[in-house]
Design a protein around this ligand. Structure first.
Ligand SMILES: *Cc1c(COP(=O)(O)O)cnc(C)c1O
Length: 377
């Protein structure tokens, strides 16, 4: 059997190698390493794929979130509401900009921002919310947008784990996650559903004025070279990454389909087992399974499962072992004193299994069997 990895970027590369190699060589030959043609081409192609007016490429997903928040004109002390149960980048940039992160609970089924918890957290200082489409499942955007609207809040979607995910509104309208709020952010970190061969990120918006501001901020606050209107930063997607991403974007739907088929296999294997809960899929979300995350029943020794799998050369991961509100980096906000029972409980029971576009039948069966063996011990 081929060795099992959480993600297999190498096999995936080998399937598109000739195309990618040629595109990379073209960039090298052009020597337009920064701001070369592929950057603009990729931005246009991604905009068209997502059905969004503007795509602003940048250096990584964390920058995308930071630039998004910088563009909204928030002031130090303004509150930004975000789930505690997310990757640190979502919340770190809030504190970095001297804004106040306010942590809310996630729904225990979807792992995404809980609308009731959001409502309770809103104060006169609240200026923005950052829903995260965690693990590839859409946050309940219709409801979150309604609440944001009522309170005049900006909505920044953290779409780093859900590129390609379809959101189904109750009136039948379908749109991609990341294009539903004021600004969407994504990452092209190699293991993401649309991964580059290095770092990369992008920001989406349908608002032309905001797009202009985002573009300026990502480029030292300038519209015209050497004329700096506002304080920005330096955040670029390079031409080599853009050339690679152009090719991989054409495969994105197939990649997400491949992930879904792995998830279907696991779902069936674990469906009736009383000691695990398989990922939930809400009617409004077409899951893209950035992660396949099980919840273990009370009493199942998670560390024991991790070790049992590791002993059989099966990697697994805990996303995330410490929720945001318990991170020492946020100590000044006193967030650890807030009671977040759902988030704390989830932190203790989640485990993510290998899922990627290159898994074969033998690997899937081997992993599922090992998990079931452990649970049945
Ligand atoms: C990966 C990720 C990011 C940050 O992306 P980088 O490109 O690593 O900076 C932000 N938010 C979430 C939810 C992520 O998974």
């Amino acid at each position: 059997m081929r060795p099992i990895q959480m993600v297999d970027t190498k096999t995936q590369y080998h399937r598109i190698k000739s195309e990618v190699d040629q595109a990379v060589l073209e960039v090298l030959e052009s020597s337009a390493f920064i701001n070369g043609k592929p950057v603009q081409q990729f931005a246009e192609e991604l905009a068209s794929y997502l059905g969004v007016a503007h795509v602003i490429p940048c250096a990584n997903g964390t920058d995308a979130l930071q630039i998004a928040m910088m563009a909204l004109g928030l002031q130090p002390g303004d509150e930004v509401i975000t789930p505690s149960f997310t990757y640190i980048a979502t919340t770190e940039v809030i504190a970095l900009l001297r804004l106040t992160p306010v942590f809310v609970e996630v729904d225990p089924h979807t792992f995404c921002m809980d609308p009731d918890s959001l409502r309770k957290a809103i104060t006169p200082k609240t200026k923005a919310i950052v829903p995260v489409h965690l693990y590839g499942h859409a946050a309940p955007m219709a409801e979150l947008l309604r609440i944001a609207n009522e309170h005049n809040l900006f909505v920044i979607e953290d779409n780093a784990q859900a590129i390609g995910c379809d959101y189904h509104f109750s009136d039948g309208r379908v749109a991609k996650t990341g294009t539903l709020g004021h600004i969407g952010c994504t990452s092209f970190y190699p293991s993401k559903n649309l991964g580059a061969y290095g770092d990369g990120g992008a920001i989406f918006t349908n608002d032309s004025a905001l797009a202009e501001r985002l573009r300026m901020i990502a480029n030292h606050g300038q519209r015209q070279r050497y004329y700096h209107e506002i304080v920005g930063c330096n955040s670029r997607l390079d031409s080599v990454q853009a050339a690679i991403l152009r090719i991989k974007l054409r495969h994105l739907d197939a990649y997400n389909e491949a992930r879904r088929s792995v998830a279907d296999f696991y779902d069936q294997a674990f469906a009736t087992h009383p000691l695990v809960t398989t990922p939930f899929q809400a009617v409004y979300s077409k899951h893209v399974y950035h992660q396949y995350t099980l919840k273990l029943a009370a009493g199942v020794d998670r560390d024991g499962l991790v070790k049992y799998l590791a002993d059989r050369s099966i990697p697994s991961m805990i996303y995330y072992p410490v929720p945001g509100h318990r991170q020492p980096m946020f100590a000044e906000f006193g967030s650890a004193e807030h009671s977040m029972p759902i988030t704390d409980a989830l932190t203790d029971v989640v485990i993510s299994l290998p899922i990627h576009t290159e898994m074969d039948e033998e690997q899937k069966a081997y992993i599922a069997n090992a998990v079931l063996e452990y649970l049945n011990k």
